[in-house]
Write a protein that binds this ligand. Sequence first.
Ligand code: NAD
Length: 355
Amino acid sequence: MDKNVNVGIIGTGGISGFHMAGYKACKNVNVAAVCDIDYEKAKKYAERHGVARVYADYNEMLANEKLDAVSVCTWNAAHKAPAVAALNAGVNVICEKPMAMNRFEAQEMLEASEKSGKLLMIGFVRRFGNDAAILKKFIDEGTMGDVYYAKATYLRRNGCPGRWFGDKEYSGGGPLIDLGVHVMDLVRYLCHNPKPVSAYGFTYDNLGFNRAGGGQSWIASDSSAVREFKYNVEDFVGATIKFDNGLTMNVEASFNLNVKHDVGSIELFGTKSGAKIDPQIELFTDMNGMLVDVKPCGDTGLSFNGLFENEISHFVDCVANGTPCRAPAEDGLTLMKMIDAIYESAKTGKLVKIK
Ligand SMILES: NC(=O)c1ccc[n+]([C@@H]2O[C@H](COP(=O)([O-])OP(=O)(O)OC[C@H]3O[C@@H](n4cnc5c(N)ncnc54)[C@H](O)[C@@H]3O)[C@@H](O)[C@H]2O)c1
């Protein structure tokens, strides 16, 4: 029988709603309290979701509540402090991606987790997608042979989310740390988490903030909030990362780029076959002296239906039953090392070794 898990949520913005839905889907979870520096926002959120207690300060929440776990759903600059405070208070943590602003913060968070013996899971939600499960099975069963080259692409034509996402002081960077992190982690996860050894990267900020309005619901709805933040991140990044098992990964990510369509795709090239998630899964190989394309039956594209529920129920399972974590802090730190190396390379124009 699963033990009951008492949860707090820190940061009650967009993504926290997905964590809340995930917790609500778990029979053994009680979301006891929520916290946001914007107290009125947190209060409304608590009312909407039937949460009993509201805080503006996570230290107060950690001191007053008997929590087993917290979700850290704040902007990137406010991941480290609440995560470390919770771990030091003996509380398990799931922290949204990217793990932190840089590898130094990530290292501190990992050390807090090791010292406290509490779990620090990173919200690499793509690891819990239906598409990842299908492709991982093909790779794990040997259908692809050795995967030696990968392309991780997340391009938006006109898609900076605005607000803090464009302000380096709050975000740590632009599409690399916000979007690239998803696809870079997914490739690494599918390929059994090899160790990165070097990165060469380049960033541009030629187009700036979104050039056209319209349509995207995730663009800041509150114009006064837009004015509070600066816009000073890259709008496009490209990079090549080499890994210790011989894998080379090319990454492209943008908030703004003169590309025809937005692209979110993963391509893997192995000795026995290649594969693509774009968004459906397809494999490319040869059979009986012929080149063949193999398409698994049914819908294999990433479905958001149940995606965060899978991630949160895994976190709860880890907390309640000690199940080994599929998105541990070590992988968050590795991603931060890759991101730091790409930004450093873009600044210096040199290849950067990753230790
Ligand atoms: N997994 C995904 O697919 C995904 C999608 C979107 C966002 N995210 C990540 O989730 C995080 C939050 O993004 P969002 O879109 O929800 O942002 P948001 O701006 O909607 O919400 C962030 C909230 O954090 C609050 N906050 C900031 N500092 C705080 C502090 N010290 N204590 C308490 N509250 C604080 C803000 O007031 C705000 O309400 C980011 O790290 C982002 O990268 C992940």
